[in-house]
Design a protein around this ligand. Structure first.
Ligand code: NAG
Ligand code: NAG
Ligand code: NAG
Ligand code: NAG
Ligand code: NAG
Ligand code: NAG
Ligand code: NAG
Ligand code: NAG
Ligand code: NAG
Ligand code: NAG
Ligand code: NAG
Ligand code: CU
Length: 555
């Protein structure tokens, strides 16, 4: 009896033991000089590391990250892809779910990794700080639960990044002032290195993946670039895709992985060569040729142990920057694993059927060059950031911060992927779309040809969604749904829409809160390509947003 009581006491004192561990992390946001790259400049980092430290945990763990801001900028951190069930206060987008952590302040992000395992990542979600404030989140399966694929010999995190010689805050500030597109970057990086084959003068050879012969490695690839989709290749080696955005996939074998900003992809690589050095590349994909991009390829080396660094490097042909068929074929190959253990619970019925046009626009701006500025919008609304967090305004019922009249369809229908309307102006507002708890939502994301059709990486916070269909041209409500996959579509948190086409996504709104939806090209987000869903509470405490933590930053 006594022992039972003490056991119960133990469990109540340490509830984490029953449900998973609590992982404590401390992120000091500090400035340091980047010296290894093609420019020496102060950068904002987590704990002085670039990329930041990997956050490791298991499915079911509670994570507590104390973020202390030692820099001159306001900071927030977003845990990209973590569903944050009822814990929207820990999601991180500035002015959406929280006010920024101001210089000298701190905030403890408190969330639980429920029902997810795989690779995700974290990044600053304010200004353009995520260029250097980012790192991987590795969620291992629960203890003793195997992967649904051969257990790898070793796991390696590869973070693809984008580097400006100039200060990135200066780059976006200049663009905002002039109304023009921001300067393109100067290099791409793999784990912080532009690489051995780079025009960017780098005193180092680039990142080296050292491997043993005859083994299988799990590469956890993250695209942390600001504005560019990337193709990833390893010379002489095939890659087996097994997971994206912390969702297991039906395995498929490719030469080239396509990964958009915001996405993560796990691949198996088998070291089936005898020895050698093999080039690893991350190169730009952008099939809208009028859009300026940084076409510098980041490189790294896959080096078999025992091979001299001076041995010849097996190179690989980098895909064309506009290799649309390659991108399409990769996207079309993705399927959820949909096994008994990992089912694809695709909503079969739809309560809210929405059509969102995704594209650019031009608004008057008397102080800008040419008297106008480039903007971006969803359904012709360029989102205006509020001055306090939307989630707080919602929870405390503060009026006048936002409206809930975000349009569920374009205000005027036009040939979206055609030459477009003559008037390129947009409206603006802090408009949300309200949905009841548990409703099912379908959003058809329709690219527009305004200025240029483009493959936008659209990211939803608070949920994964199923990509039930995609195609080129205009979505046709009569014919397009007949081709939907409602059985094993890919489930993810960021979708690279087909350029000049559409993608239909579905999710069940079973997470109360205010959830951001935006383009993960930072330039487009800055221009207003964003909106938010307001998901109401359901019944009882378990279906309701938790109250805000006491240290939630104030505006
Ligand atoms: C960074 O570089 C600047 C100028 O090059 C120098 O003044 C400063 O002390 C350096 N800071 C650190 C933390 O090394
Ligand atoms: C984290 O949040 C949970 C509620 O989800 C709460 O029970 C717990 O006390 C919080 N932990 C800390 C350290 O604040
Ligand atoms: C952007 O590029 C232009 C032209 O090369 C240059 O004059 C300007 O200084 C750059 N802006 C920043 C913020 O580096
Ligand atoms: C990369 O871009 C530069 C400048 O836009 C261009 O001159 C060059 O031909 C491009 N290279 C490739 C491989 O596309
Ligand atoms: C701005 O005006 C100049 C001169 O008329 C023109 O060459 C340029 O393309 C314009 N830029 C934009 C972004 O409209
Ligand atoms: C829409 O525009 C495209 C591209 O210009 C064109 O091929 C298509 O026929 C147009 N569709 C309609 C319905 O006008
Ligand atoms: C967008 O809104 C602006 C401002 O009201 C309007 O002039 C324009 O015609 C609208 N465009 C579309 C495509 O709805
Ligand atoms: C929103 O639109 C109004 C009216 O056109 C304009 O005065 C205002 O500056 C715009 N606000 C933003 C943040 O673009
Ligand atoms: C939401 O759905 C769950 C099961 O899917 C059900 O148990 C619950 O009662 C529903 N809540 C509301 C408010 O509809
Ligand atoms: C809330 O969820 C917990 C754990 O899932 C369960 O034990 C509890 O009975 C639920 N409470 C209500 C009111 O549904
Ligand atoms: C930081 O955020 C606060 C609250 O929104 C704001 O008042 C302040 O101007 C911001 N500071 C900087 C440096 O941007
Ligand atoms: Cu975009």
């Amino acid at each position: 009896m006594e022992s039972v009581r003490s056991l119960l006491l133990l469990i109540s004192l340490f509830p984490a033991i029953a449900n998973g561990l609590t992982r404590h992390y401390k992120f000091n946001i500090v400035t340091r000089n980047a010296t290894r790259l093609c420019s020496t400049k102060p950068i904002v980092t987590v704990n002085g590391q670039f990329p930041g430290p990997t956050l490791s945990a298991r499915e079911g763990d509670n994570v507590l990250v104390k973020v202390v801001n030692h820099v001159k900028y306001n900071v927030t951190i977003h845990w990209h892809g973590v569903k944050q069930i009822r814990t929207g206060w820990a999601d991180g987008p500035a002015y959406i779910t929280q006010c920024p952590i101001q210089p000298g302040q701190s905030y403890v992000y408190n969330f639980t990794l429920t029902g997810q395992r795989g690779t995700l990542w974290y990044h600053a979600h304010i200004l353009w700080l995520r260029a250097t404030v980012h790192g991987a989140i590795v969620i291992k399966p629960k203890l003793h639960v195997p992967y649904p694929f051969p257990n790898p010999h070793q796991e390696l995190v590869l973070i693809l990044g984008e580097w400006w010689k100039a200060d990135t805050e200066a780059v976006i500030n200049q663009a905002t002032k002039t109304g023009q597109a921001p300067n393109i970057s100067d290099a791409h990086t793999i784990n912080g290195h532009p690489g051995p084959i780079s025009t960017c003068v780098s005193p180092q050879d680039g990142y080296k993946l050292q491997v043993n012969r005859g083994k299988t490695y799990l590469l956890r690839i993250v695209n942390a670039a600001l504005n560019e989709d990337l193709f990833f290749k390893v010379a002489g080696h095939k890659l087996t895709v097994v997971e994206v955005d912390a969702v297991y996939t039906k395995p498929f074998i490719v030469d080239t992985v396509l990964i958009t900003p915001g996405q993560t992809t796990n691949v198996l690589l088998t070291t089936d060569k005898s020895s050698g050095n093999y080039l690893v590349t991350a190169s730009t994909f952008m099939d809208a040729m009028i859009i300026a991009v940084d076409n510098h390829t980041a490189t790294a080396t896959l080096q078999y142990k025992g091979t001299l660094a001076t041995s010849p490097l097996s190179t690989v042909e980098v895909p064309q920057r506009n290799a649309t068929p390659l991108a399409t074929s990769f996207a079309d190959s993705l399927r959820s694993l949909n096994s008994k253990t990992y089912p694809a619970n695709v909503p079969q019925n739809v309560d809210h059927s929405l059509l969102f046009t995704i594209g650019l626009g031009i608004n008057p701006c008397p102080t800008c060059i040419n008297g106008s500025r480039v903007v971006a919008a969803i359904n012709n609304v360029s989102f205006v950031m509020p001055e306090m967090a939307l989630l707080e305004a919602h929870f405390f019922n503060k009026q006048g911060v936002f409206t809930t009249d975000f349009p569920g369809k374009p205000p005027v229908a036009f040939n979206y992927t055609g030459s477009g309307p003559t008037n390129l102006q947009t409206t603006n507002g802090t408009r949300l779309y309200r949905i009841a708890y548990n409703s099912t939502v379908q959003v058809v994301l329709q690219d527009t040809g305004i200025i240029a059709p483009e493959s936008h990486p659209i990211h939803l916070h608070g949920f994964n969604f199923f990509v039930v269909g995609q195609g080129v041209g205009n979505y046709d409500p009569k014919t397009s749904p007949s081709k939907f996959n409602l059985v094993d579509p890919i489930e993810r948190n960021t979708i690279g829409m087909p350029s000049g086409g559409w993608a239909a996504i579905r999710f069940k709104a079973d997470n109360p809160g205010v959830w951001f939806l935006h383009c993960h090209f930072e330039v487009h987000t800055s221009w207003g390509l964003k909106m938010a869903f307001l998901v109401e509470d359901g019944e009882g405490a378990n279906e309701s947003l938790l109250p805000p933590p006491s240290d939630l930053p104030k505006c």
